[in-house]
Write a protein that binds this ligand. Structure first.
Ligand code: GAP
Length: 511
């Protein structure tokens, strides 16, 4: 996927009502976006797929919806007031600010891209006899590149974990990393910036600073006792939640990839101490399955172990997707130990434990977390789905090949002409189908143009009502991906559409 493709994704998202810049008529607000009429439908469907797969398909996972505002001490206990910051560096010539660790990771990515090129070249050369596993452990260039990547990892980790930020700057200088804008290597020192937004809770009280949550997870931790007691769940069990989070991302870039206001879908899985690594592996595999179940090529995804662990984690891995700007995190799976519950226990003075009947003892559960950004997932799907099909004879079509179960509209209802009773019959069909599906009604322009517009927003099925439909009570349906058309009875429509767009079928793939 190229930068060019990414530009197309951004302009397509705007042109077809998926994503708009926030407050655009006021020239926009950097790194804040609004979802349009089609975007909100896609976003709702992604959320539904996530929620059903986590909550509905797991009898030991329940959901909650906690508030964005929380008692300010929550963020002291969680470590966010003191530790939720990014190491930033400024380029003195362009005046642009970057995350220092990301600059270094981008540098490493160039070596990974080189490795991929070596593999592709060898694949072509050796054809069917090519053994990739063997090749990557024997090819001299790949071995050299991997050695460089690993050596940088060690130094980056050392700098980040010790807090000796001058080590990071030295690494940037040594690797001769230059500013992507000015091209110069004229850097400031590396400094830490806290990412939390704060506001005032009341207008009268003096000391009333309150934070906008930077992760939804804490709403789950502070409700652990409430939910465990009222749901009567036994370990291991999970609490899931979707909702907005806010981060003052200094370097907001790449469209909805890094926003200041975004949505997370998180699940905290509470387990007995000592079982966390087993569950960490389980959720790692399960979450990757969730992604691949959407039909995306497996080569577009990979795991990436964290170099630097967050203050609460003893193991962490990202699920990364191959964006046009390289592999980047879509989801994180973290083994958070008992850090959060213990901290809240300490700050509140309240016992936050689990009584294990079998062991006849109380203890603080350990937590394995899965945390995915809804907006990033949206970007994955848009980037992966937007295609230009060659139709031959110099003709092309732009089509959004979204997983049918997630498409904003499941079908479009298109009377061939605006007269002769066709709109009336079309409206009747629409009224019935709308009870089950989100249907798009359109009678303007040629049928070809209308098909193209539906392709562009990813509608899996178009239904055309023509003059014969009045007498034979049949319509032509056209499938988005194959462009195949067939004549079917109006009565068959609900079953045919359901078969194509069924969330149930999608979820079944996870069993
Ligand atoms: N509770 C753990 C946690 O918040 P994280 O890795 O900081 O972990 C989880 O965030 C996910 O949230 C990321 O994998 C990403 O998809 C999404 N995310 C984080 N910051 C984001 C931002 N500024 N804009 C959009 N999505 C973001």
């Amino acid at each position: 996927m190229s930068e060019e493709h990414f530009k197309n994704v951004i302009s397509h998202a705007k042109e077809y009502g998926f994503v708009f810049l926030s407050s655009e008529i006021y020239d926009g607000l950097a790194a804040v976006y609004d979802y349009g009429q089609n975007g909100v439908e896609l976003k709702n469907k992604i959320r539904e797929y996530w929620w059903k797969s986590m909550v509905q398909l797991h009898e030991n996972i329940v959901g909650i919806d906690a508030s964005i505002f929380m008692a300010p001490d929550v963020w002291k206990a969680s470590g966010h007031v003191d530790g939720f910051s990014d190491p930033m560096i400024d380029n003195k010539d362009s005046k642009k600010r970057y995350r220092a660790d990301v600059l270094i990771e981008d540098y490493q990515e160039k070596y990974r891209v080189k490795n991929q090129k070596e593999i592709q070249k060898a694949k072509k050369r050796f054809g069917d006899t090519f053994d990739e596993a063997q090749f990557v452990v024997t090819n001299a260039n790949i071995l050299r590149n991997n050695k460089k990547i690993a050596a940088i990892d060690v130094r980056l980790k050392e700098g980040l974990e010790s807090g000796a930020l001058h080590l990071i700057k030295e690494l940037i200088e040594e690797l001769e990393i230059s500013c992507p804008v000015s091209g110069s290597k004229n850097w400031t020192d590396v400094r830490q910036f806290n990412l939390m937004y704060s506001t005032q809770m009341s207008a009268t009280d003096g000391d009333n600073k309150i934070y906008l949550r930077p992760e939804t997870a804490q709403g789950i931790f502070v409700n652990y006792l409430n939910v465990q007691k009222t749901s009567r769940q036994k370990l291991p069990f999970g609490i899931a939640q979707t909702g907005k989070a806010f981060r003052n991302e200094i370097v907001a870039r790449q469209f909805i990839m890094r926003m200041k206001e975004f949505e997370q879908m998180e699940m905290q899985f509470f387990v007995s101490p000592g079982e966390e690594m087993k569950w960490y592996d389980h959720w790692k595999q399960h979450r990757m399955k969730w992604h691949l179940n959407l039909g995306t090529q497996s080569s577009k995804y990979r795991f990436h172990d964290h170099v630097k662990l967050a203050h609460y984690a003893n193991a962490a891995v990202d699920i990364e997707y191959d964006f046009p700007f390289g592999f980047k995190e879509v989801e994180g799976i973290h083994s958070r130990t008992d850090f959060d519950l213990k901290q809240h226990e300490q700050y509140t003075g309240k016992k936050i434990q689990y009584f294990d009947n079998e062991k006849n003892e109380s203890y603080t559960p350990y937590v394995v977390e899965t945390s995915i950004g809804l907006d990033r997932m949206f970007l994955v799907l848009m980037s992966n789905a937007l295609q230009t099909d060659d139709l031959g004879e110099g003709q092309t079509r732009t089509v959004l090949k979204l997983p049918p179960a997630l498409a904003p509209y499941q079908c479009a209802i298109l009377p061939l002409v605006k007269k002769d009773g066709l709109p009336e019959l079309a409206r009747k069909i629409m009224a019935e189908l709308s009870l089950d599906f989100n249907c798009y009604y359109e009678e303007k322009d040629s049928i070809g143009k209308r098909y193209r517009r539906q392709d562009a927003i990813g509608t899996p099925i178009c239904i055309t009502i023509d003059h014969e439909s009045i007498t034979d009570q049949a319509v032509t349906i056209r499938f988005r991906d194959s462009m195949e058309q067939k004549r079917v009875s109006i009565l068959e429509l609900p079953a045919i559409i359901e078969q194509v767009v069924s969330m149930k079928t999608l979820l079944r793939g996870l069993l």
